[in-house]
Design a protein around this ligand. Sequence first.
Ligand code: GSH
Length: 406
Amino acid sequence: MSFGKLYGLAENGRTIAVLVAAKHNDLDIELVETKPNSAANNSAEYLKVQPLGKIPAFEGSNGFTLSEVIAIAIYVTSQNEKTTLLGKTKQDYASIVRWMSFANGELLPKVGSWYRPLLGLDPYNKKTVDEISKAALKTIAVLEQHLTANTYLVGERITLADLFTASLLTRAFATVLDKQFRSENPAVTRWYNTIIAQAAFKAVVPSPVFAEEVIKYTAPKKEEKPKPAAAPAAAAEEPAPAPKAKHPLEALGKPTLILDEWKRQYSNEDTRPVALPWFWQNYKPEEYSLWKVDYKYNEELKLTFMANNLIGGFHARLEASRKYLFGAQSVYGANYACVIKGVFLVRGQEALPAFDVAPDWESYNFEKLDHTSEADRKYVEDMWAWDVPVTVDGKTLEHADGHVFK
Ligand SMILES: N[C@@H](CCC(=O)N[C@@H](CS)C(=O)NCC(=O)O)C(=O)O
């Protein structure tokens, strides 16, 4: 029976820490994918479990709830009366909590502030990133010094402190603790490699990523668009009161296929057996068009979670067109060999009026699909169902992650 639910994200270090601790004790915990700052974790219900709407948060099958990752990890670990992960003595236990607090309160905020702007998750400022990288390295130096004299963080065997700290460092190793860092910090590197090779760790993170070089910040691609043609002279003479900018697609009027109704079907019904047949029965080709929307610069993509962040950012920037669009875009493939593909349903017969609200629309190729073609219909379904791989240059790329714009 499941011990409880963990609200978090599979690639999130704090979530990984709890899942690894649970795995080590053979506790079955269900991960409920929860994005920070999303509507779901700002619901009154979620805030009862995590009052700040952050992740991770725990909800036991017996109704007990807990927030704060250190508390959750200790609670999960202590379910096994015989666990060795919490040390032998009171001093061991206090030292374990010391390292967990160090990792959660000192290390993660600093390495996170280093890689988050590089990943486009926080605003980028070179000077700030340079400064924080120095602070992060100074903090990791504490670990390097300790692990030069000690095999593990506490005592002579692996404890929760090791599993926890290594979990919190997974994204840092994937992005900023590069080859050069690793050669300059042999003790931390040796220790990290030992911890990630543990069965419980491997079960949660089968192939941790190691950055070759510190990832580079790439500004969103955006080309200056020519300004729309000036209004006719007569109109220009009499300045009209500033009208509330209307979306150009509003001119198309109200369609008979209500987009929200389709979005509800997609969200609430099983995709293949119910939602997709509903879609084709109700699709109005004179009101909407279907578009393949693929990323132009796949060769620049590195880690799949970074590619997925790119999709998330694009969708956030499409907000002004939410009334006119539905779509799903996904990352297919693996780290360093992935592509972004997807299909959108667009109000009207052109893609641009809906997409050019996002400054990075030019990073995507738009290809109109034909709803009467068997192959195109299958393509739409596959892109919205996320259950089949794609073939690119003769290689099969499995579905890795994605975002639905609805
Ligand atoms: N003190 C909390 C911090 C949790 C936290 O900051 N989680 C991040 C993700 S790793 C989050 O939810 N961030 C969203 C936000 O700060 O709004 C804990 O230790 O569990």
